[in-house]
Design a binder for this molecule. Structure first.
Ligand code: SF4
Length: 357
């Protein structure tokens, strides 16, 4: 590959086709970092309003560091992968406490921040400080695997090393920020996963996958083992305007609120579900009619969640004895608490329409 000619073609393409995105106008490391964390596993259109809301509420990194975690999680609500928000606040606190409030300006220190891996560190180092670190995200993997027709699976250790080497060799050490942005944008707009318009591609003469008719086969991925299937049963217990909720203390939704939960091995009926309670509470609920509301299957990276909400409108006042970890809250307060995405969607769709029967 003629790297120099290829780079200039790529950079020219970028100047003509790049989208105007707010984090491209703002080269503050804090803003770049924020956009990179938000855009992990999130599409640009979905992430954009979150980016704007965060910068609006926390224009300076110290403000994010000092904010109550509940407020950060509430702002993040709907984006999923909540560990990103928790790590982001922990990293902001590291900047405040260990770097005297100044965002670190070299790769190693950037990478020492909580939640910042190789890709994010390279993106911040190059975009904010123009340091020569090559980024490797899904778009870059795809472009490089096609240009080189390399079939090494990209989701293996060997694949990561190999493609990082290609990315390092291809990087323009004079213009790392521009080069990285150009390669990522090229993958996002031109060398797209399905049916890229190769006939109209400025890099086609150098593209081995195009020559060998392997474009649709690349990049290669090693098949993952099956997703774990989990069955979550939430109890939406309402009495007048009170409802039971609990704050998660661990797991992917750590720090968020939810209804009391019983996880089962598979799908269950109401009587089968109640067998998981102690006898007193089982008898208390067994004759009541619960309405089962099944939510759409929720996919996470290594697991599929099958979620049922069991809705009960109780006429008798109740305590939290049935689920001691939970607390009674006014129903109207739920709007201010951060819930995992499927439960927030459930609340938005059902809260006002569930009849008091
Ligand atoms: S020719 Fe097709 S596969 Fe090759 S870089 Fe261009 S768009 Fe991607």
């Amino acid at each position: 590959m003629e790297f120099e000619a290829l780079r200039s073609t790529l950079h020219r393409w970028y100047q003509q086709h790049k989208r105007s995105l707010p984090w491209r106008e703002n080269v503050e490391p804090y803003a770049i970092w924020l956009s990179e964390i938000i855009l992990q596993q999130t599409r640009v259109a979905q992430g954009l309003p979150y980016y704007e809301r965060f910068l609006d509420r926390f224009p300076k990194i110290e403000q994010l560091a000092d904010a109550p975690q509940e407020e950060v999680l509430k702002l993040w609500e709907g984006l999923g992968y909540y560990s990103r928000a928790r790590n982001m606040q922990a990293a902001a606190q590291m900047v405040r406490d260990e770097f005297q409030g100044e965002f670190p300006s070299n790769y190693e220190d950037i990478k020492s921040l909580k939640g910042v891996g190789d890709y994010t560190a390279a993106a911040i180092a190059s975009f904010a400080f123009d340091l020569p670190h090559a980024v490797l995200d899904g778009n870059v993997f795809r472009v490089l695997s096609r240009l080189t027709a390399d079939e090494t699976p990209i989701n293996t250790g060997q694949g990561k090393k190999r493609f990082q080497r290609y990315a390092d060799q291809f990087l323009d050490p004079e213009k790392p920020a521009l080069h990285n942005q150009a390669l990522m944008e090229f993958g996002a707009l031109q060398c797209v996963p399905r049916n890229p318009n190769c006939l109209d591609c400025p890099l086609k003469s150098a593209c081995l996958a195009y020559k060998l008719d392997k474009v649709e086969d690349l990049p290669q991925k090693k098949r993952k083992v099956y997703d774990k299937q989990r069955y979550l049963n939430y109890f939406h217990l309402l009495q007048e305007d009170k409802v039971l909720v609990e704050k998660r203390e661990a797991g992917i939704w750590h720090g968020l609120y939810q209804f009391p939960l019983i996880e089962t091995e598979g799908p269950v009926s109401w009587p089968e579900l109640l067998e998981h309670l102690d006898e007193v509470h089982q008898q208390e609920l067994i004759n009541l009619k619960a309405r089962k509301i099944s939510l759409a299957r929720h996919k996470l990276s290594h697991q599929s969640l099958h979620i049922n909400v069991w809705y009960l409108n109780l006429s008798e006042p109740f305590t939290n004895a049935i689920f001691p970890e939970s607390e009674r809250r006014l129903e109207k307060e739920l709007a201010n608490l951060a819930f995992p995405r499927p439960l927030r969607k459930y609340l938005d769709e059902n809260q006002l329409t569930l009849p008091l029967d």
